[in-house]
Design a protein around this ligand. Structure first.
Ligand SMILES: [Fe+2]
Ligand SMILES: [Fe+2]
Length: 265
């Protein structure tokens, strides 16, 4: 069984959710993709994810949602939901004791797909524990749960850390894709061992902005060094990510293709 997996980069506010709704609906209906992983760390007003926003993204065809360092920005609005919805995944290497899980397994066309989510340590605002050790743990967990295909969302700032991590899991996962920077990279590749890699999927949201937020407020922050209001921008909305084609039996990636589509209004 050949499967097409769409991984969507950081979905930013309502504009980003609209792009997900439009394109995921179309791509699933046409058979262009079978499974959708969506990073939702900025989906609720640019910071965090809530139960209602997660439900909305699932209802338009997302199969698994991942978070990032912003995952708990609206903690009270997501905490209870986390206890009942295992397809909403947060970075595994947050401090022990926080609610939620760093991986899940879902079935798609008879294939068990494991999603693993970790955050990096370089230039990140929180001190996450080792993402490499977390990858070992979570990969073992989803394999034990019968996953033949494994997809990793590595949420990190530094390209070097993401590249290094892709070699660490080479041949052990179907794909490792990066999130967090909101800027898509052009280094997609499938390794000799069958792992598809892309350093960053890019942002799904408004591009007439500074990585999703209104330009004026952010420029003022840089000019004055004083934190002002951060508003979700609205113009030039796009969905960004990648489509990975995998063999469901062996879990090997066959190809990876970057995706960038405008929201049609
Ligand atoms: Fe983000
Ligand atoms: Fe992030």
């Amino acid at each position: 069984m050949i499967l097409k997996l769409l991984a969507i980069g950081d979905t930013y506010g309502e504009p980003g959710r609209k792009a997900v709704e439009q394109h995921v609906t179309r791509m699933k209906r046409s058979g262009e993709v079978d499974f959708v992983l969506c990073n939702a760390e900025n989906a609720a007003g640019g910071a965090g994810v809530t139960e209602s926003v997660a439900r909305e993204l699932f209802s338009v065809g997302c199969d698994v949602l991942t978070g990032g360092d912003h995952f708990f920005d609206k903690r009270r609005e997501v905490e209870d939901y986390l206890k009942k919805e295992t397809r909403l995944v947060r970075p595994s290497n947050f401090p022990k004791g926080l609610p939620g899980s760093g991986s899940c397994v879902v079935e798609c066309k008879g294939v068990r797909i494991g999603v693993v989510h970790v955050a990096g340590q370089v230039f990140m605002r929180y001190h996450f524990s080792s993402p490499l050790l977390a990858l070992d743990e979570e990969i073992a967990k989803v394999r034990k749960d019968g996953a033949s295909v494994v997809l990793v969302d590595f949420h990190a700032e530094a390209t070097s850390e993401k590249w290094a991590s892709s070699w660490y899991v080479d041949g052990r996962v179907s794909a490792i894709v990066g999130t967090h920077t909101h800027v898509q990279t052009a280094d997609e590749r499938v390794t000799a061992k069958g792992t598809a890699c892309l350093t960053d999927l890019g942002m799904t949201g408004p591009y007439d902005s500074v990585i999703g937020a209104e330009k004026e407020g952010i420029l003022n922050r840089f000019l004055t060094q004083i934190g002002g209001k951060k508003e979700v921008a609205t113009g030039d909305v796009r969905l960004c990510g990648a489509i990975v084609t995998v063999d469901g039996l062996t879990g090997k990636a066959l190809s990876i293709e970057r995706v960038q589509r405008k929201l049609e209004v």
